[in-house]
Design a protein around this ligand. Structure first.
Ligand code: CA
Length: 392
């Protein structure tokens, strides 16, 4: 019997979905159980799981999600090892064909820290911050699955200055995946009707490019070079025991942003830099909750598509060991992190690996969200330019 108790955080209480392939075979949908993956097309005899993404299944809607989860639990609880493949024998792929990507800015602590560093002469929070969850549309085409190397971006770092980012950073975030679409012109309905599940996100950020470009329209090339997500999508149903009330909000938000029920989530993230935990950001205190993000994203009549992803923005708590970005952890480079191996870091160096994990309460002990990891590769553009100069 394989870990039905969930000691690994991937027992029958969890059952996240992903897309996997065996050597020489096409990618297909599976469910993680311990250190194995259940081949769903084979186990359930349903061709929707033979697709290379979760989108066709997610588009079926909430009733189908619940029914499938029940069947998978029954199969695995019965102890059958049929159609289970060891994770060591598979490659994981991007689980979702990402439609649109929205990046929010929901942590009061993160927004305050960034305001203090980027605009020290002003109030840390802009006047709109407590009235709406601030967000922008990101680049869905450069969302990559965990394990994909991240090439250090080049760009403008100031007037007339071009080169590789010298302030490459992470953003530890929680992402929400849309299953059920909504109609154009109509705000979305209930959160649980539309949102299929949750995944961990690392929204890599080049702070020097960002600082120069972001006025007045917001982030652009400093963010769009890569955003990593976990290969595993935790279904919303697996997070029932993790639901908590969001923090009190002052002023009270407008009607369309009013919370009807608890969609705060008691997720505790951990950020590892080269294998050492450097931060443990708590998601549960995020000022704007995910139901409010969804309501805001569609209040103007913008429609949802299956595969849309919206992310929370950097998760930072109030303590120094709870910040979800290096710019906060090193306070803009003025207090470099001291690592156990004697090295220091303010921002990422080539070869650095960042891994984000998270745990959440489950009905019978904690569950572990699938990790998101990435390693920094040296910048390309400048090398190529240097080569072509030499060749000349
Ligand atoms: Ca972000």
């Amino acid at each position: 019997m394989t870990d039905a108790t969930g000691a690994s955080g991937f027992g029958t209480d969890h059952l996240p979905y992903g897309v996997f392939s065996r050597e020489g075979e096409a990618p297909r949908v599976g469910v993680r159980f311990g250190d194995q993956v259940l081949d769903l097309a084979a186990a359930l005899g349903d061709e929707v799981f033979a697709a290379p993404s979760l989108n066709p299944f997610m588009a079926r809607g909430r009733a189908a999600w619940g029914e499938t989860r029940g069947r998978v639990r029954d199969l695995l609880a019965a102890g059958s090892a049929e159609h289970l493949v060891p994770l060591t024998e598979v490659r994981m792929h991007l689980p979702v064909e990402v439609a649109d990507y929205v990046d929010y800015y929901c942590s009061l602590e993160h927004a305050s820290n960034m305001g203090r560093m980027f605009r020290p002469q002003d109030e840390p929070l802009k006047p709109n911050w407590r009235h709406l969850p601030v967000g922008y549309h990101g680049r869905s085409g450069t969302i990559v699955v965990s394990g994909t190397p991240v090439v250090r971006p080049c760009g403008q770092r100031g007037a007339g200055v071009f080169g590789p980012s010298a302030r490459l950073d992470i953003e530890a975030e929680v992402g929400f995946v849309i299953g059920t679409p909504s109609a154009l012109g109509t705000p979305a309905g209930a959160f649980e009707e539309h949102v299929f599940g949750v995944t961990l996100v690392n929204d890599w950020s080049a702070r020097d490019i960002q600082a120069w470009e972001y006025v007045p329209l917001g982030p652009y090339l400093g963010k769009s070079f890569a955003t990593s997500i976990s290969p595993w999508i935790t279904p919303l149903e697996a997070l029932e025991a993790a639901r908590v009330a969001g923090p009190e909000q002052d002023p009270a938000p407008l009607d369309y942003l009013r919370r009807d029920t608890h969609w705060g989530l008691d997720l505790l993230l951990a950020v590892e830099l080269n294998g050492e935990v450097v931060s443990r950001p708590p998601y549960r205190g995020m000022y704007w909750t995910a139901d409010q993000m969804l309501a805001h994203m569609t209040v103007n009549g913008a429609s949802l598509r299956t595969g849309d992803l919206f992310a929370s923005g950097t998760v930072s708590g109030s303590g120094p060991g709870e910040r979800g970005s290096l710019i906060e952890l090193s306070w803009n480079g003025s207090e470099p992190l001291k690592l156990a191996d004697g090295e220091t870091r303010s921002f990422l160096e080539d070869g650095d690996t960042v891994t984000i994990t998270a745990t959440a309460p489950g009905p019978n002990g904690p569950i572990s969200l699938g990790e998101v990891s990435g390693t920094i590769r040296p910048a390309r553009n400048v090398t190529q330019r240097a080569q072509s100069m030499t060749e000349r």
